[in-house]
Design a protein around this ligand. Structure first.
Ligand SMILES: [Zn+2]
Length: 250
């Protein structure tokens, strides 16, 4: 079972990075206990952008690009965590990265769609970049998914309001393999389970997952909740669910 935990795709949704950073540190020992040939990594990509690791990456080792992409062929189980996919966005508390690209519209899925940088004179919050995978962040992400033959990505967000209102939820994209697991996670977390987020998401990680050989679960926490509230409310259900994921697979 190769699991990728991802957060901070949208810098403004900082609670997601806080959640994953704390979660990985607090449960790392437990993960080691239930994974075979465990490969546990928390990756910091801040240095690639000339930034110091943010407050949310307090204990990250800094990893150069070639190390990020290194995979352990021996590992049968892996848990990789990327608490901050968009370090420049987190620094500026913006949805997009420093090139004004929405990283969750820049994935190389077949439904990737061209979009303008500005709409009605205002910055387009969903600007997908000049072409699919134009951004370093999405290049790193797709490379990790491929190199590590990731089975499941759990991608943490908040429902920070942009143009389309969406509720806090657990959203599933994939071919069915981890659908029941996602439904159970939703039940345990007391969040609604959905398979359609309610609006088109061309070039999103979920769209990409549907075409590739992995599943993607997008977790939308309630944006008005504080980092601490979210962490306390959901850490147990996520830990228990992840534990089951590895038991079942073994
Ligand atoms: Zn988001």
């Amino acid at each position: 079972m190769k699991l990728l935990l991802l957060a901070g795709t949208h810098g403004v949704e900082k609670q997601s990075s806080y959640f994953l950073d704390c979660f990985f540190d607090d449960y790392k020992e437990h993960f080691t206990a239930f994974t075979n040939t465990p490969l546990l990594e928390k990756l910091s990509i801040s240095k690639l952008f000339g930034l110091e690791a943010s407050d949310y990456e307090h204990n990250c080792k800094s990893i150069e690009k070639n190390q990020i992409l290194e995979s352990n062929q021996e590992a049968t189980d892996e848990i990789i965590a990327i608490p901050v996919l968009n370090p420049t966005g987190l620094k500026n508390l913006s949805r997009t990265n420093s090139n004004k690209v929405d990283l969750n519209r820049n994935m190389p899925s077949k439904n990737w769609e061209y979009g303008k940088l500005k709409v009605d004179g205002e910055a387009n919050p969903y600007y997908p970049g000049e072409f699919p995978k134009s951004e370093l962040e999405t290049q790193i992400l797709t490379q990790i998914i491929e190199d590590h033959t990731i089975d499941l990505v759990v991608s943490f967000h908040t429902n920070h309001f942009v143009k389309n209102k969406n509720d806090a939820q657990i959203n599933y994209d994939g071919k069915g393999k981890h659908k029941t697991w996602a439904e159970n996670l939703a039940k345990l977390s007391n969040l609604p389970f959905t398979e359609d987020i309610g609006y088109p998401t061309p070039g999103s990680l979920g769209s990409y997952a549907k075409e590739q050989n992995f599943d993607c679960i997008t977790v939308e926490f309630e944006d008005s909740d504080s980092e601490e509230q979210i962490y306390e409310s959901y850490k147990n259900s996520f830990f228990e669910s992840i534990k089951k994921l590895f038991e079942k697979d073994a």
